[in-house]
Unconditional design. Sequence first.
Length: 202
Amino acid sequence: MTNPLALVLCLLPAALLVAQPAPERVQPGVISTERNETFPMVDPVDGSLWFSVYDRGFDNQTIMVARPDGLGGWTAPSVAPFSGTYGDRAPRLSPDGQRLFFTSNRPAPGMAENVMRIWMVERHGNGWSAPTVLPPPVNGADWRTMHSAQAADGSLYIASYRPGGAGRADIYRVTRQGDTWGEAIPLAAPINDAIGQQRKGV
């Protein structure tokens, strides 16, 4: 009689049967601290580590950047030049590293106050432009939009609490058309459902 467990093990990929290394904290005391570090991403241009951090209140985060130390790690992080005043989080770079998108509750002209929206800065040499709030259909006047990720074709994937969604928050794909944004298209089931989706990566 065939052992059912043996049959299952035979069907598993070989990689799953090999002991996997235990996860390690990244540079304890330098990058990983007693604070709450979130949303890490490595810069494709210079290898810097971008992330956000908070001590109290998930909406009260600050974007940090740590530069490569030349030894395979990073230096002590510092506050990103465009962050530190408002609740900023989830830094996400475009595939070529020339744009950085982030979520912020900073004031946006003509829009409701204290609402999370997607903002963008552009790389200028070794620095960054002033933040600009992305226009509709990425953001709206009074609905929350957050946690973006840009694909190689320029499309931006966002999570948004907007009317007509399947759940509390849904994932939308917004196409890039030259210097403008196209329609925000909700992803079909089973990606979006009645529960709600927020964090994603491309």
